[in-house]
Structures are given as structure tokens and as C-alpha cells.
Design a protein around this ligand. Structure first.
Ligand code: ADP
Ligand code: TRP
Length: 327
């Protein structure tokens, strides 16, 4: 049994890219592995957050995970800030991580562009907190979308360096990039990944979008001037829509191509929207019911925090001991 771990930021919007890139793989993996899944609220505050919004978003993310099929009996589900060993280990790792390593992180370069001197230390240090998240739990596998690969490689380097210097302490984690759907592209711009921080809401399908919105977004998705529904890497918009179609219906792309022989974009987009909505409906109903009972949600997070603290403290005791601060 492998220790599998991943985490998501608490955002008010979760889209189908997050779902297929991060949430659904964890639902599958919880059956045969030791799963840990948490909401990285301390990563979220590396950019300004409205406190009331943040609270709401933590509860929303929890509700979505549960609605998507995460079972707290099978998956350790918790809130990062409740387990202070994450920030404690991040500090220790800060002292073995090089500035140059963090300066190379493309996410930092993207997010700090144009901010000049006002960019926060937290944003720069983000990958070290992420390494701590992973290394605390003897994690073997970290399933993430492709955009997180570089952060994962850093976590591996940090673990190896620490082990070389202080003796075997951390498991060096493997990255697991999901093959199909690892990178769902923006509907309005298939050159870039679907993202909630895109300029237009037409970029993404939120897990909470209603039928009319899904239809509107699918219809306005950017495609090319071709006339056939056929998968071709060069036809990026269509390739992305076919991937989404396949993910929400469970059908092979070949099968979908066949079903649309002789049909055009109009039919394809309308029917795609129908399939996406049908896929989202049960998730939305469950999430809404869960959000109506905050006490229950908070109880699940409390129980998760208690279990996570126990595991994390054990690892921290070892870390404190090998670096020499444990008397
Ligand atoms: P966003 O870009 O919308 O802000 P995040 O950066 O918060 O998304 O990503 C949360 C998780 O979802 C990560 O594991 C990331 O790899 C995955 N993810 C985000 N966008 C996509 C996407 N378009 N396709 C596949 N996975 C994605
Ligand atoms: N940085 C990740 C993201 O934005 C979230 C994250 C934080 C994470 N800690 C993690 C993912 C540990 C996997 C493992 O998507």
C-alpha cells in the first residue's frame, strides 16, 4: 500500500480541470492506498485573501471533495493550518533550500511578474511549504496536474539533500501526472490551461455552473474552421473538448469521433454541454446539502486534523532529533 498525498487551494471556484487533474484521481486511489488530502489555506494566503471569503472557501472545498466521493474513513481529509508541523518543517527546510532553486520556479516567476519589490516572501517560499506538506507523511506518490511538476521535483531534491546531510529521514516522493486530462485547456484559449484566475469566466467550467451556463460556455468555446470532429493535436480547441467529452462520459475518443461522423461543431458542443451538466448534477446536489450543515463539515475537518497532527508530530520529532535541537 502506497502513501498517496495531494492538496488543493481553497478557492471559491473549482473547475473541471481541478476535478479531473486533482480530485477524481484521489477518489480512485483511496480504495487501494493510504490517502491524504488537505486544503492548503496557508498556501492560499501567499496572495491577499479576504478573511470571510477564505473561511467560506475552506468549507466549500471540503464539501466538494466529499461530494466528489472522498470518504473521510478512507482518506485523511484535513485543513493544512490546523497541523502546525507543516509550517514548522517548512522553516527547517528553508534552512537547507537554496535561493537559486526557488528563483527558478516558473510559477513564482509568473505570479510575481510586474509586482517588483512588493512580492511577498510567502509567495517565494511557497514551494518549500509544499515540500514540507509532502515530506511530513512519508509520501510515496503525489498525483498532480502537470503545472505542479517542478514543485514536486524541488520537493524530491530537498528530501534527498536533507537525507544526505542528516541521514535517512524522508521518503523521496514520486510524481504522478495523470495521462489523459492531466491538462484541461481553457475554453476561450486552448493554448493555456483552464484556470480560475483566467481573465474571463468563459475560460472554465466551474463544478457549480448551472445547465444554462455550461451550455453557453461550451457553445462559445474556441475551435477552428475545420468541419470534422476528429482528434488532432494541432486542432487544440477541439482536442480539448474531445478530452472533456471523453472524461465526463467515460467513452473512448475513437467512439466519440465515430458518433459525430457527418456532424459539425454545433451538435457536438450542445451535446457536450448536456453530458457535462449531467456529470455535474449529482456532485452539485451533494455539495449543496453538505454546505447547509457547517457543523458536520467542521467536525470532519476536526477529526482529520487530530489524526494528521499525530502523524506529523512523529516525523517532526525525528527531524528535531537529527538536526540536533531535540535535547
Ligand atoms: P487554478 O489554475 O485554477 O488556480 P490550481 O493552481 O489551484 O488551479 O490547481 C489545483 C490543482 O488542480 C492542482 O493539482 C493542479 O495541477 C490541478 N489543475 C489546475 N488546473 C488544471 C487543469 N486545467 N487541468 C488539469 N489539472 C489542473
Ligand atoms: N501547489 C499546489 C497547487 O497549487 C497545492 C499543494 C500544496 C500541493 N501542497 C501540496 C499539491 C502538496 C500536492 C502536494 O495545486
Amino acid at each position: 500500500m502506497a502513501n498517496v498525498l495531494t492538496a488543493l487551494q481553497p478557492s471559491g471556484v473549482l473547475h473541471i480541470g481541478n476535478y479531473f487533474g486533482a480530485i477524481e484521481p484521489m477518489v480512485q486511489l483511496q480504495e487501494t492506498n493510504t490517502n491524504r488530502l488537505f486544503i492548503v489555506d496557508y498556501h492560499a494566503i501567499t496572495v491577499p485573501q479576504d478573511p470571510a471569503e477564505l473561511r467560506k472557501n475552506i468549507l466549500f472545498a471540503t464539501a466538494i471533495y466529499l461530494a466528489a466521493g472522498i470518504d473521510p474513513k478512507k482518506t485523511l481529509l484535513f485543513q493544512q493550518s490546523r497541523v502546525s508541523q507543516h509550517t514548522e518543517l517548512a522553516w527547517v527546510l528553508n534552512c537547507t533550500t537554496h535561493m537559486g532553486e526557488l528563483e527558478r520556479m516558473t510559477q513564482f516567476k509568473d505570479k510575481s511578474r510586474g509586482k517588483g519589490e512588493a512580492v511577498t516572501v510567502g509567495l517565494f517560499d511557497y514551494p518549500v511549504l509544499m515540500a514540507a506538506d509532502i515530506l511530513l507523511y512519508d509520501t510515496h506518490v503525489v498525483p498532480v496536474g502537470e503545472d505542479q511538476k517542478q514543485h514536486l521535483e524541488l520537493a524530491r531534491d530537498v528530501a534527498e539533500r536533507f537525507n544526505n546531510r542528516f541521514g535517512e529521514t524522508f521518503v523521496v516522493p514520486e510524481v504522478k501526472i495523470r495521462e489523459q486530462g492531466a491538462r484541461i485547456m481553457g475554453l476561450d484559449n486552448p493554448e493555456n490551461k483552464m484556470s480560475k484566475s483566467a481573465a474571463s469566466e468563459k475560460n472554465y467550467i466551474s463544478l457549480m455552473d448551472d445547465e444554462a451556463t455550461v451550455l453557453k460556455k461550451c457553445k462559445s468555446a474556441v475551435t477552428d474552421s475545420g468541419t470534422t470532429i476528429a482528434y488532432d493535436e494541432a486542432r487544440k480547441g477541439l482536442a480539448n473538448l474531445l478530452t472533456i467529452y471523453s472524461l465526463v462520459t467515460g467513452k473512448e475518443i475513437k467512439e466519440i469521433e465515430k458518433a459525430y461522423e457527418g456532424k459539425g461543431y454545433g451538435d457536438f458542443k450542445t451535446e457536450l454541454a448536456g453530458h457535462v451538466s449531467a456529470f455535474l448534477k449529482p456532485i452539485q446536489a451533494k455539495a449543496t446539502a453538505l454546505l447547509n450543515d457547517e457543523t458536520h463539515l467542521i467536525k470532519i475537518l476536526d477529526e482529520g486534523a487530530t489524526k494528521a497532527q499525530e502523524l506529523a508530530e512523529k516525523k517532526m520529532q525525528r527531524v528535531r532529533s537529527v538536526i540536533g535541537v531535540q535535547l
